[in-house]
Design a binder for this molecule. Structure first.
Ligand code: CTP
Ligand code: MG
Length: 232
């Protein structure tokens, strides 16, 4: 199985208010982005990694790559104004002979080898697969501070990355000009997208509370499985 991973790091991390791109913030002493790179280093099926970055941050990305011990083929390309444009830049840069493309937010450092392997097993059968967890809160639609609808919680899932697709499917999806907040939304328009149960620990680091949460999860051994830093 040959998989190309697109690792997104070209955001600004504005909601974090850290004065720098959040993917470089330290998490128990290691830059956040290094955790995802470390997982890709451990996965034999991932044969190429495309890291999507800002023009001025190439050196910092290279430092993370060295720090994570990733020796396989890594290409750094420059992202766009939106996440979708950054994914497109990654897709354009990868070797089209790959069967599958895995797309991951650099802002989710707690992915595991186990989760990726489950996704890779499933994508061979269905072509498009994403991790998701049942939402815990009741979700309501609100317009102008007034509730207009209470959604059925049992039908609602919070979606994560990595998201994995057959190469042709994700390539076709990104030919569309429709704007979407994840890649699955573009594929859904013409091909079924399946979910597997994700991991509540696979949080996206968006605000400072998420960083503290991630440190606690890591200290308690979540999100690390066989990817432990001590193996470096
Ligand atoms: N991303 C990207 N290119 C963009 C926007 C986002 O590569 N133009 C990446 C981010 O680096 C992040 C992931 O997409 O790893 C998820 O986006 P998000 O959590 O929204 O990160 P930021 O856009 O950096 O944060 P914010 O929205 O708070 O500015
Ligand atoms: Mg954003």
């Amino acid at each position: 199985m040959s998989v190309a991973a697109i690792l997104l790091a070209a955001g600004r991390g504005e909601r974090m208010r850290a004065g720098q791109n959040k993917v470089f913030l330290p998490l128990l002493g290691h830059p956040l982005l290094s955790y995802s790179l470390r997982i890709f280093a451990l996965l034999d099926d991932v044969t190429e990694v495309i890291c999507v970055a800002h023009y001025g941050e190439k050196q910092r990305i290279e430092d993370c790559i060295i720090h994570s011990g990733l020796e396989k083929k890594v290409k750094i390309v420059y992202g766009g104004e939106t996440r979708q444009a950054s994914v497109k830049a990654g897709l354009n840069a990868l070797d089209s002979r790959h069967e599958f493309v895995l797309i991951h937010d650099g802002a989710r450092p707690l992915l595991t080898v186990l989760l990726v392997n489950q996704l890779l097993n499933r994508v061979k059968e269905v072509g498009a697969v994403i991790p998701a967890v049942p939402v815990k809160d009741t979700i309501k639609r609100v317009v102008s501070a007034e509730v207009c609808q209470t959604l059925k919680r049992r039908e609602l899932w919070a979606v994560q990355t990595p998201q994995v697709f057959r190469y042709e499917l994700i390539k076709k999806a990104h030919q569309s000009d429709v704007l979407a907040t994840d890649d699955a939304a573009l594929v859904e328009a013409f091909h079924p997208v399946h979910i597997i149960e994700g991991d509540y620990s696979n949080i996206k680091i968006t605000t400072s509370e998420d960083l503290w949460m991630a440190e606690v999860l890591l200290e308690r051994g979540r999100g690390q499985d066989d990817a432990h830093w001590t193996r470096l």
